[in-house]
Design a protein around this ligand. Structure first.
Ligand code: CIR
Length: 266
């Protein structure tokens, strides 16, 4: 795959979905109390504003009460400048979310295809870098899905590599993010994984693993509130940052990347 500078962080558009009240029933590994739909919508509003301030045009879709986790739009689809892929998420309760987001993809992209076969891929397991797309196998993304996805990307001119997400990590990107320009932010276990080759890896300081999920959007990095050491490390690397509350998303294992699909259209 040719090196495409900025593929991982230069964006013009995003799609997000307002959290439903049913988010209180969202999936989670450990119960830390139910998120409140109302508080989540306040945090989500700030998130959408931050994306707009970073220069994106944001389509905000209406809440879907039938799908408690549907505000995490990163999981049922994947977007590139060339087109979008409707995915089949790995959790039973989320499998219909791909169909639900299809119209929003069709509105923005001339080419939208479904993940072929009967495998599963969650978008949270896909890390787009400027010269390779990493796909993490996880409890949500199986080998059949990952290989079908990689083969599809190849026909679009992209190179994908399949990696094993470490045990106990929900999604590959739960534990790492790209800051662009060959700089990765990762938890210690991910930093030690060897997935990132020669790239520079900033290790998330101890006790702040949740803050490994940040997003670089054009000239800023969005960082969750409450992780001062990670924030300082990102700033020390020379990035401008915007801090956002993600307290409600966190209660159901969600982070900043999960809340939008970000892409660049000609
Ligand atoms: C889930 O378990 O599917 C949701 N409660 C959280 C999804 C977070 N999405 C992501 O990491 N991409």
């Amino acid at each position: 795959m040719p090196h495409r500078p900025g593929l991982s962080f230069r964006f013009t558009h995003a799609i997000a979905r307002t959290p439903a009240d049913s988010v209180a029933d969202g999936l989670r590994a450990v119960d830390a109390g139910n998120p409140s739909g109302e508080k989540f919508r306040q945090e989500h509003g700030l998130y959408v504003l931050a994306l707009r301030d970073a220069g994106l045009s944001v389509d905000v879709l209406p809440p879907l009460e039938d799908y408690p986790d549907s505000c995490f739009v990163e999981d049922p689809a994947f977007c590139l400048p060339d087109g979008a892929i409707q995915l089949w998420p790995g959790a039973q309760s989320r499998q219909g979310e791909g169909r639900e987001i299809r119209a929003a993809l069709d509105k923005r992209f001339g080419r939208v295809v479904e993940l072929p076969g009967s495998g599963h891929v969650d978008g949270g397991d896909i890390l787009t870098l400027d010269d390779v797309i990493l796909i993490g196998l996880s409890a949500r993304t199986d080998r059949e899905g990952a290989e079908a996805f990689a083969a599809l990307l190849e026909t679009w001119g992209y190179r994908a590599e399949v990696c094993n997400t470490p045990d106990g990590v929900l999604h590959f990107k739960t534990a790492c993010s790209t800051l662009g320009d060959d700089v990765i932010l990762a938890t210690k276990v991910m930093a030690d994984s060897g997935f990132f080759g020669e790239r520079r890896v900033i290790e998330v300081p101890e006790g702040e693993d949740y803050a490994a999920n940040v997003i670089r959007v054009n000239d800023v990095v969005l960082v969750p509130e409450g992780y001062p050491k990670t924030l300082a490390a990102i700033r020390a690397t020379g990035f401008d940052t915007v801090v956002l509350p993600t307290h409600e998303a966190r209660k159901v294992d969600g982070g900043l990347s999960c809340l939008s699909l970000r892409f660049s259209l000609g």
